[in-house]
Design a protein around this ligand. Structure first.
Ligand SMILES: Cc1ncc(COP(=O)(O)O)c(C=O)c1O
Length: 399
């Protein structure tokens, strides 16, 4: 049968990170000894005081619809968090609680894009941004960055990308997949350009707490009222509290945009899960020590991974300052033959590596980073050591 699929749906690519993770899980289920580095989620368990809050919510009968854009109590907790951690004043009508930060982002693009509106996406980028923009009939416009510049765009690059159709810039600091973090000075300059050109800044701060080496997280919304009005902060509990499965994200924005996003959400999904919302209040207001434990482990793993990669002939990487990913440069080995196959792209590298070494890495192609593959260090040190041992043998053709 010739089934009709809309042009828009056909233009959306599958998520390469979820695809590699699915392949990894399928191999594992078959009993194959495979090591996976595709997952974008902390390997830590959700802290027990957060779980207990959800169990209590269920036992207390908190099992009904909440307001579509989220419970007022959670919105208030988000406002307290923004004040405490970011020095920002928001009121509950400026907050929308969604089914994960991914859903928050879909709401944002739906709220601000008309067909043909351009959204500037610095590359390398998180795989979902371009597809989300396309879903909202927007047009992704890429600003390419280089490893030499620490994967950061320059103000000149940004200015060149702005056209009369530019609606927004996506900022993701700390970044997935590069781990780079913009400094206060850099953000201030970006804010000035956004205000001058009246473009929104979608500030994805989901990795805000996973930041290392004494770097500070600064929200671009903190540089004055004008940029605050143009900024839509996207954040959530997934990465900070090891709560990826709970699906709670949020936005903080101008109240007008929040209202529109709330309207959209009220028809698309209604409220996010009620007990997960209660648990998120505990996550935001409760003890924060578990973050430090997680961070300490991430730093150890990152340092080991970076040192090992840079010790292998043909491979290299820069040290990420945040998140839990390492983008490994494989350009020197492209064009060489491994186990009878000439490898010319990051997809081919990831395929042959998975086949021969049973190591799952995500090709850079999906991140706008051809010539790179992404490791996640949100996995045990034991896995990291084993994965790197296998990659080293693979590169030396010793498998
Ligand atoms: C940069 C970035 N933004 C947003 C998200 C979405 O997070 P959530 O699990 O809250 O939907 C992710 C998850 O991988 C991410 O890497």
């Amino acid at each position: 049968m010739n089934l009709y699929i809309s042009r828009k749906a056909q233009s959306i690519s599958p998520s390469s990170t979820l695809a590699i993770d699915a392949k990894f899980k399928a191999m594992k289920a078959k009993g194959i000894d495979v090591v996976g580095f595709g997952a974008g989620e902390p390997d830590f368990d959700t802290p027990s005081h957060i779980k207990e809050a959800a169990i209590k919510a269920i036992n207390d009968g908190f099992t009904k619809y909440t307001p579509a854009s989220g419970m007022p109590q959670l919105k208030q907790a988000v406002c307290r968090k923004l004040k405490r951690d970011n020095g920002l004043d928001y009121s509950p009508e400026q907050i929308v609680i969604s089914n994960g930060a991914k859903h928050s982002l879909v709401n944002v693009f739906t709220a601000i894009c008309d067909p043909g509106d351009e959204v500037i996406i610095p590359a390398p980028f998180w795989v979902s941004y371009p597809e989300m923009v396309k879903l909202a009939d927007g047009v992704p416009v890429y600003v390419h960055t280089t490893e030499e510049n620490g994967f950061k765009f320059t103000i000149e690059d940004l200015k060149k990308a702005i056209t009369p159709r530019t609606r927004a810039l996506i900022l993701n600091s700390p970044s997935n997949p590069t781990g780079m973090v913009y400094t206060r000075d850099e953000l201030k300059k970006i804010a000035e350009v956004a205000v001058e050109n009246n473009i929104y800044v979608i500030s994805d701060e989901i990795y805000e707490k996973l930041i290392y080496d004494g770097m500070e997280h600064v929200s671009i919304a903190s540089f004055g009222d004008e940029i605050k009005d143009l900024t839509i902060i996207v954040n959530g509990v997934s990465k900070t509290y090891a709560m990826t499965g709970w699906r709670i994200g949020y936005t903080a924005s101008n109240a007008q945009i929040a209202k529109v996003m709330g309207n959209v959400q009220s028809h698309a999904t209604s409220n996010p899960n009620s007990m997960a919302q209660v648990a998120s209040i505990t996550a935001l207001d409760g003890p924060q020590e578990d973050i430090e434990i997680m961070k300490k482990a991430f730093v150890e793993r990152r340092d080991y991974m970076v040192d090992r990669i840079n010790s292998i002939e043909g491979l290299s990487c820069v040290k990420p300052q945040g998140a839990f990913y390492v983008l490994m440069n494989i350009k020197k080995i492209l064009g060489s033959e491994f186990y009878g196959t000439e490898i010319n792209t990051s997809d081919e590298f990831a395929d042959v590596l998975l086949e021969k070494a049973k190591v799952a890495l995500v090709p850079g192609s999906g991140f706008g980073a051809e010539g790179y593959v992404r490791w996640s260090y949100a996995t045990s040190m034991e896995n990291i050591i084993e994965g790197l041992n296998r990659v080293e043998k693979f590169i030396k053709n010793e498998l």
